[in-house]
Write a protein that binds this ligand. Structure first.
Ligand code: PMP
Length: 431
């Protein structure tokens, strides 16, 4: 009898990567912990890619899903759907976007694809501005605006994409600048680029780049961009698939770190809102959302069962101030990690905010990425009972920490302790 891993390998695409030398099968979870098929328990610092937002097996979500499943699982958008309208109302009010309309999809990819459709239709342009090192999804349209080679398997695209500087603060040609000069240089680059183009439809950006390794610009960059874009009528789309719902602690949406020039024209969301149920969506000003001159539908988008989960999950998040928890516990965790890496020479940087923290690995004494050491730490942490994520631009050299937002101080301490041991064990092996 083949192992599950062998069967996976035989039947799944080769490009569907699995974590770990001996990949694990997670069979159940509770709170911030998960268990594998061999009975090993792990502290979950990745939440299934920032998707288990509140907690594993949150009773409120389980109950909402079970009750809705017992009534009706699916009806389609052809019929009135109370949970969908209720969740749309709540998201519209939270979005900060005036006159907001909400369209639900089943993934972040499809949410961004919709935003691209809207922007290009509204502006009658197929040019898009995107950030270097970005990730926006796996569909044909979204890989065409993804500025991360590792996740962009084709250069063919219906869109013409122009990549702008600024998503990565500590690498690239402006890395040595002060924050103020960095912003000025990126704005100058954008202005220069716009002098050479027709009329781009939109700029799409992740406030903190997720797949790219939790990199970000100084606060205010996108507000500065916004002022330039406004002069040209170019829309601003904030991809909040990873940064939404209070994960960054300081803000409910990532764009709010750049809010000086007002909210974006559109924001896209997915991952955390459903706590694992497939919800994505786009919020846009009515004028933009209504600019399509044909029907459009997502059969599964807004299905009652996913919306019921989203409503229960969002209520739990807000009633328990999990954004505040992300700020407090995330603040402690990042401090604890900064002291843990003191003397670990292959850690170049600990960065992030709230419960979205990245550690970048390099060859000691250089700026050269070291994907092997990042993998070794990921493995060593798992052996000690801690699940982490990976990410990065040209190379996968960042470890990503993004636990459920209900993480306790004790769990943050425990996870930081395990990670410190894992880092030191890799350091000792390399010595
Ligand atoms: N945008 C961002 C910022 C993401 O991180 C992701 C997923 N990693 C997506 C879009 C695509 O979302 P999905 O995988 O749900 O299609």
């Amino acid at each position: 009898m083949s192992s599950l891993y062998e069967r996976h390998r035989a039947v799944a695409p080769d490009w569907l990567a699995l974590y770990y030398r001996d990949p694990i099968e997670l069979t159940h979870g509770e709170g911030r912990h998960v268990w594998d098929a061999d009975g090993n328990r792990y502290l979950d610092f990745f939440g299934g890619i920032l998707t288990t937002m509140t907690a594993h097996a949150l009773p409120e979500v389980t109950k909402a899903v079970a009750e809705q499943a017992g009534r009706i699982i699916h009806s389609s958008t052809l019929y009135l759907n109370r949970p969908m309208v209720e969740l749309a109302e709540r998201i519209a009010a939270l979005s900060g976007i005036p006159d907001a309309r909400v369209f639900f999809t089943t993934s972040g990819t499809e949410a961004n694809d919709t935003a691209l459709l809207l922007a290009t239709a509204y502006r009658r342009s197929n040019q898009i501005l995107a950030m270097r090192n970005s990730y926006h999804g796996r569909s044909f349209s979204t890989v065409g605006i993804t500025g991360n080679r590792a996740w962009s398997p084709t250069g063919l695209s219906p869109l013409q994409t122009l990549y702008v500087h600024g998503g990565v603060r500590t690498r690239g040609p402006y890395a040595q600048y002060t924050d103020e000069r960095f912003v000025d240089a990126c704005v100058a680059d954008l202005e220069d680029l716009l002098g050479h183009t027709r009329a781009p439809a939109a700029l799409i950006a992740e406030p903190i780049q997720g797949v790219g390794g939790f990199t970000s610009p100084p606060d205010g960059l996108y507000a500065a961009f916004r002022r330039v874009l406004d002069r040209h009528g170019i829309l601003w789309i904030s991809d909040e698939v990873q940064t939404g719902w209070g994960r960054t602690g300081d803000h409910f949406w990532g764009w709010q770190a750049h809010g000086q020039a007002g909210p974006p024209d559109m924001l896209t969301f997915a991952k955390g809102i459903g706590n694992g149920m497939a919800i994505g969506g786009v919020v846009a000003r009515a004028e933009i959302m209504n600019s399509l001159d044909a029907n459009s539908i997502s059969t599964f988008g807004g299905s009652p069962i996913t919306m019921a989960a989203g409503l229960a999950n969002l209520a739990h998040l807000q009633d328990n101030d999990l954004q505040g928890n992300a700020r407090r516990v995330g603040g402690l965790l990042i401090e604890r990690l900064r002291s843990a890496v003191a003397g670990v020479e292959f850690v170049r940087e600990v960065r992030g905010r709230g419960l979205m923290i990245g550690l970048e690995m390099v060859r000691p004494g250089t700026d050269e990425p070291d994907p092997d050491v990042a993998s070794a730490v990921l493995e060593a942490a798992r052996e000690r009972g801690l699940l982490l994520g990976k990410g990065g631009g040209h190379h996968t050299t960042a470890l990503r920490i993004a636990p459920p937002l209900s993480l306790t101080v004790g769990e943050a301490e425990e996870g930081a302790g395990i990670l410190e041991e894992a880092l030191r064990s890799v350091q000792d092996e390399g010595a």
